[in-house]
Design a protein around this ligand. Structure first.
Ligand code: MN
Length: 263
C-alpha cells in the first residue's frame, strides 16, 4: 500500500543524543525510590525482559509531572548516579550532557495521558513480539498471572502515524502520544515488529506485569501449537487481577535477591 509518510521528526525532536536539558531539577526524589528503580533495571534483565535495550521509569514522587529514567545505557549496568529526571515533554532536566534514550517519549506521553500510571516498562522481550506481527493471533490473558493483559491486548501500528518508512522507534512526542492513545486504559500494549510497553500503579506492579507479559506469551505460543486455546473470560481477568495484585510484592523480593546474586 502506498501512502504518504509523515516525518517522525516533524515536531522538531532530534534523534541525536545527548538532548539539551530543559528546566531545572526540583526537590530530589526519595533515595529509596531511586534505589528501587536501579533494582527494577536489574530484575528486568535477570528475568529476561530487558537485554541491552529497553528501559524502565518511575514517576517522580515529589513532582508528578516528572519522571525518572536511566541515561542511555544497558539496564544491567544502571546505578543510582545514572538516573536522570525528565519533564513532561520527555526532555531531561539534569542530563548534564549525558545521552538519553531515544524512546523516552514512550514514558513521557503515557505519564501525561495516564495519571494513574506510576511506572512504565518498555521492552523487546522475544516471546511477545510474534503476537504483534500476526494479526490472526491476538494477545490475551491465558494464565491467572497474566490476567492483567485482559481479553485482547492492543497492538500499536506505527504506520498509522508515521507512514511506511519509519524506523519503528517512538522517537518524538507525537509518536509517544499515539502509543498512549492505543494503550488507552489497558495494562500492556504491543508494538508491531518492535516490542511492548507495560504500565503499573507502582514500580513493583509495572515490573511484575512486564515479567508476566513475557511469561504469558511463552505459554500462549506453546498452547496454540497443541490446539484451540481457552483464554480467561473478561470476568476472570478482572477478578484474578484484583487477587494477584496483592501478591506482587512476593515476586519483587525474590527477583531482587536473584538479581543481586543472593539466591
Ligand atoms: Mn524499543
Amino acid at each position: 500500500m502506498c501512502t504518504s509518510s509523515l516525518d517522525p521528526s516533524a515536531d522538531g525532536s532530534s534523534h541525536a543524543a545527548p538532548a539539551a536539558d530543559r528546566g531545572a531539577p526540583g526537590a530530589a526524589p526519595d533515595p529509596a525510590l531511586l534505589a528501587d528503580l536501579v533494582v527494577a533495571n536489574h530484575i528486568l534483565v535477570r528475568e529476561g525482559v530487558l537485554d541491552a535495550f529497553g528501559h524502565v521509569s518511575v514517576r517522580h514522587d515529589k513532582r508528578p509531572d516528572r519522571f525518572l529514567l536511566a541515561r542511555n545505557m544497558a539496564p544491567a549496568l544502571v546505578a543510582a548516579q545514572d538516573i536522570v529526571e525528565f519533564g513532561e515533554d520527555g526532555e531531561p532536566v539534569n542530563a548534564n550532557g549525558r545521552s538519553v534514550y531515544l524512546e523516552r517519549y514512550i514514558h513521557s506521553e503515557i505519564y501525561r495521558a495516564r495519571p494513574d500510571v506510576m511506572a512504565v516498562v518498555h521492552s523487546h522481550s522475544m516471546s511477545v513480539i510474534p503476537f504483534s506481527i500476526v494479526p490472526s493471533a491476538p494477545f490475551r490473558a491465558v494464565t491467572h498471572m497474566g490476567s492483567f493483559i485482559g481479553v485482547c491486548a492492543p497492538v500499536f501500528e506505527i504506520r498509522d502515524v508515521a507512514g511506511e518508512d519509519s524506523d519503528l522507534l517512538i522517537s518524538n512526542r507525537a509518536l509517544g502520544a499515539a502509543l498512549a492513545r492505543r494503550l488507552a486504559d489497558q495494562a500492556v500494549c504491543l508494538m508491531r515488529g518492535h516490542g511492548s510497553t507495560a504500565v503499573g500503579d507502582s514500580l513493583k506492579q509495572a515490573v511484575f506485569r512486564a515479567v508476566y507479559t513475557e511469561q504469558n506469551a511463552r505459554v500462549l505460543s506453546e498452547a496454540v501449537r497443541l490446539g484451540p486455546v481457552v483464554g480467561l473470560s473478561p470476568g476472570e481477568t478482572e477478578t484474578a487481577t484484583r487477587t494477584i495484585d496483592t501478591q506482587a510484592p512476593r515476586a519483587w523480593d525474590v527477583w531482587r535477591m536473584k538479581a543481586e546474586g543472593k539466591i
